[in-house]
Design a protein around this ligand. Sequence first.
Ligand code: NAD
Length: 497
Amino acid sequence: MNQGTPDTIHVGGEWRTAASGATRDILDPADATVLAVVAEGGAEDTDAAVAAARAAFDGGQGPWPRTPVAERAALLRRVADLLARDREELGLLESRDAGKTVEEGRVDVDCVADAFRYFADLVVNETGRVVDAGDPAVHSVVVHEPVGVCALITPWNYPLLQASWKVAPALAAGNTFVLKPSEVTPLTTVALIRLLQEAGLPAGVANLVTGAGDPVGARLAEHPDVDLVSFTGGIVSGTKVMRAAADTVKKVALELGGKNPNVVFADACATPEGFDTAVDQALNAAFIHSGQVCSAGSRLIVEESLRERFVAELASRADKIRIGRGTEDGVECGPLVSAAQLARTESYVDSALDEGAVLRSGGKRGPGEGYFYRPTVLDRCHRGMRVVREEVFGPVLTVETFRTEDEAVALANDTEYGLAGGVWTTDPGRARRVAGRLRHGTVWINDFHPYLPQAEWGGFGRSGVGRELGPTGLAEYRETKHVYQNLDPRPVRWFKG
Ligand code: NAD
């Protein structure tokens, strides 16, 4: 993007500055210097973007909703190719904006391209179906149509990836949209809109407003001309979105946070390799992207007999994690995204220590002016502690223990969230039993974090409403219509007079 030029609002195919002329500095989380300046959109910009999306949809008669499905799929594949072309540039930009390592940034771009390809393949195969009406004179079909104007609101931790899980199915289904990225990390989303333009998407289909949650996100959620709102973010904003959307009965999809358990049975650590893998993956679960992951395995629930050996090794390895600017060679964890996130993390660790947790590693800031915080392991934790119940969204791992399988399941389910969880065991029966009892949207057995574009992603309980990815992730963006055609109409004589 053209850094320093705050024309990051995209309406009806044109790039603009904010109507108010306001701008926002985007900070580099590694040193708190200004990385870029973007337009700070407001309600006026949001209304203009919704109007453009509404005009482009044109009651389902606009050029994009009427584009044959195969051509829509071809455009999505072109976007995937453009993402692959710009992989290095986008991976670097994501790293600088969100603080993650460049390698994580590159992997994100690959996953974004995968999402576009997946929905391109799916949409051409997920056509409607013929229904047997039990009468040869009746032709009955169920067809899919786009919902209309979609508001897509994304968080700061995986800006490009989270946008793709919404943009790709919304476009595949023939909708138009207004995208609102997080005000903290909007840069790669601006780049994505430029790629959609380059791929040949008609003007007005993809609109973008950079700006704050309130007014931009709030206005989108309440806007009478928006038909669907798909939101990924925290539970506080998510509930506001749901409430605001209720007045106009919008379709609402919410991907909220998680307080995800990682359950380790002693049998998984019976061999040196098993022990090494489980420890390594517990670190990966908790500390990748400095714990700023909705599915972070932030609650280690380990069998009591294993506790001391496991936690000692975990803490010792956590101490060796190399933190620094995500673009530097050898760095394993970047900074937290903002000063606010750093302060939040510190306050959770402080409260845990006040409540009796035992610090085994970390518990302090990293070097320099950036928002660095050392990977932190807190032992002797329990449900009474705020740090165990609430999402920290920082590099903080709590440790709880269990003696029986029932106890492990009860602890893992003892959360109002229900996004994801991991189970480590070599006993296949136990693996299936525990997976079956966990009230979480994704369960990993002997792994942590992988997701597949073809498998649904989302949460039980307060982790959200609806699913992204997989066939359900496309269905969210479609209306379903039953068309019943009588080929041989005759009088029914219901009324005899
Ligand atoms: P956030 O809720 O602060 O912001 C998310 C988005 O909502 C941003 O674009 C923000 O500007 C906007 N927003 C804020 N207030 C709003 C309002 N009143 N109306 C409409 N939009 C509003 O979340 P965040 O801090 O950016 O992201 C972190 C959160 O996102 C964590 O809770 C994390 O677990 C969650 N998350 C969930 C998933 C998932 O798949 N379940 C994925 C990534 C992040």
